[in-house]
Each structure stands twice: as structure tokens, then as C-alpha cells.
Write a protein that binds this ligand. Structure first.
Ligand code: SF4
Length: 474
């Protein structure tokens, strides 16, 4: 029998100050894995970020099952360039000994022709370095190829910093397959589909434990927010035919015996009549019970009306994250916000059966053009609707208009060093850091504590007034 070309696909460790697993799986890598398998390659996946790949799964705790929670971490030296930032730095993911164990086991039974690594946030590139160091200890001469988000957004940085690796920018394509085939000494002919949605279904059997499966039903986003890379990665918004999505979900239910899913779409509710509504109706027709759907990305509230809210509830959507961003941010982020639609959407969702405990709104903090008064009004406005406030801090994304404008607000050079893109550093990297960071955190914690107890605090209450004042007059 002819020798089979073999690829080991790896999701590298995260290096950061903080990390949380929100149903995260390296979906692009899993699609490529399936495609390679379908052409005749032998493949193995190691996900350095997933508890399922630890020899001691209990130490990779998911605090809030299913599928999400804090990621196992171990303190590592902080990159010296961040030494003035006083927080510890960690390697997030499986224990290094577990990774060594998996690589060693593979050396005796699998022997890959090449390693294909994905990459995510630009500021996690030290995690790729750690991962490659371990690979090289056991497989010193096997080529390493790196694709994914970091390799796409910062191709030159990746080429300079991983000069002994091959960098594959962009979405997986025919040229990438040619390069992989060349390193694997394979002449298997295959046509790479023009987009991920047409790839064979992702193959999940490499995961020893699975509780929530990722779903991708569209590529890109119809919006073009100034701080987001969606348009760069997928210039055209493209949705999969609803019937195909239903077929895929039914396939997973039958083959993996799993009924919990996380949608990875950027704009799941866009063209609702032609997309999410027929998908949900199709699933209800199949009479599958107890399905659960999560959506880690923010939902566009303008698309939520009474009937869609009911459908989402009936189908098992839970923990909805609503895109809010903040008051008076439309010009800053190039993203319209309609407060009336937002209030109505929350009302429709609650009427449909969602508990306020199931609803949260994303507020973005850390853009230098935001005013503290607007941020405070935003958090209180969300709190007054009785739902949870989720603060996300501004991460810099190269190639976006927001990134280009940022240089005037900082003395550091984010184009030079991707570590500065980290959202944890949102205040530290500003030329004039905001003195209200601590008081603001206390204010949000107080409001969310009240929310958990089912209370809405009066805006004049002494509980919040002190922090509010401290934010305005630090
Ligand atoms: S931030 Fe969200 S809505 Fe805006 S372009 Fe990106 S994915 Fe689309």
C-alpha cells in the first residue's frame, strides 16, 4: 500500500494575562482537518487549549459547564517589554507535560510529515513560540506551517519571528494545499472549496470529551465596524443555505449524540427571514428535544422582533449576548445603535420566556474617543433594563481603521509590537491613562451583583453614587 501523507494539526497555547473559554474550538483548523482527511491524508489534532487533551482532565476545570469556563494556567515570565504592567502573565491550556506526552505518543505511532498550526489573537504569538519549542524538542526536523488569524493579519511579523516556519496567510486555499502536499511528498489531487462553508463537516473525534459543538453558518459580516477584522478576513458576507445547516446539525445530533451547539457566526441574525428563522423552523420540524444553542458573539438586536424572540426561546437558545457597545459610540465604531430597538428586543425576549439572567449586553470600553460620562450612562442604562453588563475592553486589530487612528493616543508603537494589541492593556497603553479604571470596575461589579439578586439599583443609591462620582472626579 502507498504511504499515506500525514499531518498533525495543532491549536497552540494562549499566552496572556487572562483567558476564558467561551465554547472555543479552533473551527477553521477542524475544517482543514476534515478536508485533508477527505483527500486521503492521515491527520491528528492536538488542541493545547482544550481540557480534553490533558492527561489529567480534572485540572482543566470548566467552572460553568457546559463547554465554557476558566482555562488551566501556569505562570510564565512576562515578555520584558510589558514589565511595567503589574500583572502576572500565564500560559493557558494543557499542562506542558501533557503536551509532551501527546507528542511523544505520536512519535511512536503516527510520525507526521508536517505540523500545521493555527493562530488566533495577534498578541498570543508567544504561545506559538512555546508550542513550537516543544514540537522541536521531539520532532527537530519536521516542517512547521502556521496559518490562521495572526499569520493573516501580521504576515511579515510572523515571517520575521518564525523564520524557520512557513507562514500561510489568508483563508485555506489551493496554494496552501499545494504547499502542504509538497512537504508531505504527496501528489493526491484535490480541489479546495472556495470557502469553509463548503468544506466537509469538521471532524471532532480527536477530542476525548465534547459537550458543545461549534457551528458556522455564515462567513463575514454585513457591517463594517472600524475596530473589527471581519471584513478583512471575509470581504463578502456569505450565508449557508438553511437546509444545509439543518442537515449538518442533524448529522451532529445523530453521530456525536450531542444536542448543544455554539454558533460562531459574526452576524447570525442577519437576513433572519431567509436564514436563522428557516434553520430554527427546520429543526423544530425534526422534533429534536432539549437542543441548546449558545452564541458567544453579540447578537444584533435590531433583528429581534416578537416572533423571532419566541422562536429562539423555543429552539433552546440560552445566555444571549446582545451587542450594545455604548451610548454615543456610533461614530466611533461606525456601528449604529438604536436604543428603542434595544429596549424592544429585551422586552420581546423576556415576553418569549427568557429570564433576565439569560440576557447580557456587551459594552466596549477603552477606545480613547469614549467619554467616561457616556460609559457610565451606558452601564446604568443596561442595568436599568434588568440585564447583565458585560464589559469588553478594546483590543487593537491591525488593518482596521481604528488601529490606524490609534497611534495619536499612545506613545507605544502597536504596529511594531503585537503584544501591545492586548485588550488587558487598554488603559496602560494610553498616552494619558484614565484614572477611573478601579472605581469603574467596582461600579460594574456592584451593578452586576444587584442584577444577580434580581434588583435594579436606583441611580441615586449610595451603593453606586460613590463609585460614579469617583469615576467623574477621580
Ligand atoms: S464588530 Fe461585529 S457587527 Fe461589527 S463588523 Fe465586526 S462582526 Fe460585524
Amino acid at each position: 500500500m502507498d504511504r499515506q501523507p500525514s499531518v498533525c494539526l495543532i491549536n497552540p497555547w494562549i499566552t496572556d494575562f487572562a483567558a476564558y473559554d467561551l465554547w472555543s474550538k479552533p473551527l477553521g483548523l477542524l475544517y482543514i482537518n476534515s478536508f485533508l482527511k477527505s483527500t486521503g491524508f492521515r491527520t491528528r489534532v492536538i488542541d493545547c487549549q482544550s481540557y480534553g487533551f490533558g492527561r489529567f482532565p480534572y485540572c482543566f476545570r470548566s467552572l460553568h459547564p457546559p463547554g465554557r469556563g476558566h482555562i488551566r494556567k501556569q505562570k510564565i515570565p512576562k515578555p520584558p517589554i510589558l514589565n511595567t504592567y503589574k500583572r502576572d502573565y500565564f500560559l493557558y491550556g494543557i499542562h506542558p507535560k501533557d503536551f509532551e506526552y501527546h507528542l511523544g505518543k505520536m512519535a511512536s505511532s503516527f510520525s507526521p510529515d508536517l505540523f500545521l498550526l493555527t493562530s488566533q489573537m495577534t498578541y498570543w504569538y508567544p504561545g506559538i513560540k512555546y508550542t513550537i519549542e516543544f514540537i522541536r524538542n521531539i520532532f527537530p526536523r519536521i516542517p512547521v506551517l502556521i496559518g490562521g488569524l495572526y499569520a493573516t493579519l501580521l504576515t511579515s511579523h510572523a515571517q520575521n519571528n518564525f523564520s524557520d516556519c512557513i507562514i500561510l496567510p489568508g483563508n485555506f486555499n489551493q496554494e496552501h494545499f499545494r504547499i502542504i502536499s509538497q512537504f508531505a511528498d504527496s501528489s493526491i489531487p484535490a480541489k479546495v472549496p472556495s470557502n469553509l462553508l463548503d468544506f466537509p463537516y469538521p471532524f471532532h473525534y480527536d477530542y476525548p470529551t465534547l459537550d458543545v459543538l461549534p457551528l458556522l453558518t455564515s462567513l463575514g459580516c454585513p457591517h463594517s465596524c472600524s475596530i473589527c477584522a471581519s471584513r478583512i478576513l471575509n470581504p463578502v458576507f456569505h450565508q449557508k443555505a438553511p437546509g444545509e445547516v439543518v442537515k449538518e446539525i442533524v448529522y451532529y445530533i445523530k453521530n456525536y449524540k450531542i444536542k448543544s451547539f455554539a454558533f460562531y457566526d459574526d452576524a447570525l441574525l442577519s437576513n433572519a427571514d431567509k436564514h436563522i428563522i428557516p434553520i430554527m423552523e427546520g429543526l423544530l420540524k425534526n422534533r429534536y428535544k432539549n437542543m441548546v444553542f449558545y452564541v458567544p458573539n453579540g447578537l444584533e438586536v435590531a433583528n429581534i422582533d416578537a416572533s423571532l424572540a419566541k422562536l429562539l426561546y423555543r429552539c433552546g437558545f440560552r445566555e444571549l449576548r446582545l451587542s450594545f457597545e455604548g451610548l454615543n459610540t456610533s461614530d466611533i465604531f461606525n456601528k449604529p445603535l438604536n436604543l428603542v430597538s434595544f429596549c424592544k428586543a429585551v422586552g420581546f425576549l423576556i415576553e418569549a420566556g427568557f429570564s433576565p439572567k439569560d440576557l447580557r449586553a456587551y459594552i466596549l470600553v477603552g477606545h480613547p474617543l469614549q467619554k467616561i460620562e457616556d460609559i457610565l450612562e451606558s452601564v446604568y442604562w443596561v442595568h436599568s433594563l434588568g440585564i447583565r453588563i458585560d464589559i469588553s475592553h478594546y483590543a487593537l486589530v491591525p488593518g482596521t481603521p481604528g488601529f490606524d487612528q490609534y497611534s495619536q493616543y499612545t506613545d507605544i508603537d502597536p504596529a511594531e509590537e503585537p503584544l501591545f494589541h492586548n485588550n488587558t492593556l487598554w488603559n496602560w497603553r494610553l498616552k494619558n491613562p484614565y484614572p477611573w479604571e478601579k472605581a469603574f470596575r467596582k461600579l460594574v461589579n456592584t451593578l452586576n451583583r444587584a442584577y444577580r439578586e434580581g434588583e435594579v439599583l436606583d441611580r441615586t443609591s449610595s451603593d453606586i453614587r460613590e463609585y460614579w462620582e469617583e469615576c467623574i472626579n477621580p
